[in-house]
Write a protein that binds this ligand. Structure first.
Ligand SMILES: [Zn+2]
Length: 487
């Protein structure tokens, strides 16, 4: 009996000191936000999201896309969330990149535990939409739950958070640090987390919450602004919040059993020592020089880049890859650049990217270490102006920056005078079926490419686009650049 009481007293002392010294800010937030009474949440609003990794130049903000409606449904107990967006685009895209679309676009993004998927449009006769597995988005979407004000506090209470003044931090999933600041009213003002991004490494995602008010009994911010890698990525004005709606999110069978396809690099010989490397979503070129290889673009991620570099060496044996040219700085095309750095190649880029690539070469990758993080190789970057020529005395490779091109300010197209071949990403992707038209926002890009070919007086016989399923030519480009036929 005596020892039982002593133990109980000891427990109370530990709990009390813990509370007063460490838990003050966290407990005040738990009380102010009534966290223990909230199991699920629906948040509705509108505003904008931004095309991360698609800025016009590497130092500008991400391009903005209007979000007409935003609805997030969260179940904190099952660690699942569904976000429905209706985005809107006119005939002219904002300056910079991003997947072109026209009119209204519905997006549904779902996460449950380690599984992430997207839902397309409903099938015929209202059939349930098909789930598209998206495992690469799982970490980001899981962290989106734990960086909401209520999710943050729940996570802190469940994960042994440490408190320093008004800053509370903890780790989820063993590797993702989450850190938030709580004001005197017990409102979560800012939450920071980091997830892996193949180019910029441990990428900071910071969400700022402001304008807390009472939404029918739920204290919630009326505005949330999230930045990724320093620029706004999401900006939502909240119009309604509902506590404890029914939220059941089951992982579809095809998502649960999904195995990503093996990385495949196909090659098409475009002339002696010139190879068009396809087989994925983003294509590359491998060009043989007298005593080395030049590769143009190592896209997507480390796996794709490694496969592209291996294919180049298989097709052009016994020569090192001395140069890897980056067509432009957009993250989808640049995704494997650190693999190219680790290969020991000199990275050739437009001068406007030099500072960004120097940062990329050194940025910490502790969440998901890549090859360069392990090898710590010295990185060589060669910045070039608007026009540049490689030559080995025989073959010439020309690089030209597209002018008047709103998609990006640093697009270098590749021209091989001997083959009369032009390699270009994004400016013109021929429709899968010859004769198919472009959507209105894609027309100005095709026009810019056509104008630049004329300006530079390039004699182009074949165009190898870095997207799509076939090569094309100037005649088809010019037809597309003229826009939809008007009858
Ligand atoms: Zn691009």
């Amino acid at each position: 009996m005596r020892s039982y009481i002593a133990l109980a007293v000891f427990a109370v002392v530990v709990a009390t000191t813990g509370m007063s010294a460490q838990q003050g800010a966290l407990q005040s937030a738990a009380d102010a936000l009534k966290v223990s009474t909230i199991k699920s949440l629906q948040v509705t609003g509108s505003g904008a999201n931004f095309s991360v990794g698609q800025n016009y130049t590497a130092s500008e903000p991400w391009p903005r896309v209007t979000v007409k409606s935003y609805t997030a449904l969260i179940n904190f107990d099952s660690n699942s969330m569904r976000t429905d967006l209706v985005r809107e685009m006119g005939a002219v895209m904002p300056r910079g990149g991003g997947a072109p679309f026209f009119g209204e676009q519905r997006q549904t993004q779902v996460v449950s535990g380690n599984y992430a998927w997207n839902l397309g449009a409903p099938g015929p006769n209202g059939a349930a939409p098909m789930a598209q597995p998206n495992p690469d988005a799982a970490a980001e979407r899981m962290l989106a739950i734990w960086t909401t004000p209520i999710g943050f506090v729940k996570g802190a209470l469940a994960n042994n958070a440490t408190t320093k003044g008004n800053t509370v931090s903890y780790t989820v999933g063993g590797k993702y640090k989450v850190e938030g600041t709580i004001n005197k009213q017990g409102q979560v003002e800012k939450v920071r987390t980091w997830f892996d991004q193949s180019i910029v490494g441990d990428m900071l995602v910071e969400t700022t919450y402001s304008g807390y008010k009472d939404f029918g009994g739920v204290t919630y911010p009326s505005r949330m602004v999230q930045t990724q890698d320093g620029f706004p990525a999401l900006d939502i004005t909240v119009s309604a919040v509902m506590a404890n709606p029914a939220v059941t999110i089951d992982v579809p069978q095809n998502v649960r059993g999904f195995q990503p396809a093996a990385v495949r690099v196909e090659s098409q010989k475009m002339g002696e020592g010139v190879y068009y490397l396809t087989g994925g979503t983003h294509h590359s070129l491998a060009i043989e020089m007298a005593d080395h290889i030049v590769v143009v673009d190592t896209p997507n991620n480390e796996a794709r880049a490694a496969a592209v570099l291996a294919k180049a060496k298989e097709l052009i044996p016994n020569k090192p890859i001395r140069f890897v040219v980056t067509s432009h700085h957009h993250w989808d095309h640049l995704g494997g650049i650190r693999t190219a750095m680790d290969e020991g190649a000199t990275i050739v880029t437009h001068q406007s990217n030099k500072a960004f690539l120097e940062r990329v070469a050194k940025t910490p990758h502790t969440i998901a270490p890549d090859r360069l993080a392990s090898s710590k190789k010295a990185v060589k970057i060669q910045a070039v102006g608007d026009d540049y020529k490689f030559t080995d005395g025989k073959r010439v490779i020309e690089l030209h920056r597209l002018q008047g091109y709103e998609h990006t300010g640093d697009m270098m197209v590749v021209y091989l005078p001997e083959q009369k071949l032009l390699g270009e990403p994004d400016a013109f992707t021929p429709p899968a079926q010859a004769g198919g038209g472009l959507i209105p926002p894609a027309v100005p890009s095709a026009k810019a490419l056509s104008d630049n070919i004329k300006r530079l007086k390039l004699d182009v016989q074949v165009i190898t686009p870095f997207h799509g399923n076939r090569t094309t030519n100037v005649a088809e480009l010019e037809k597309a650049a003229a826009g939809p036929a008007t009858n």
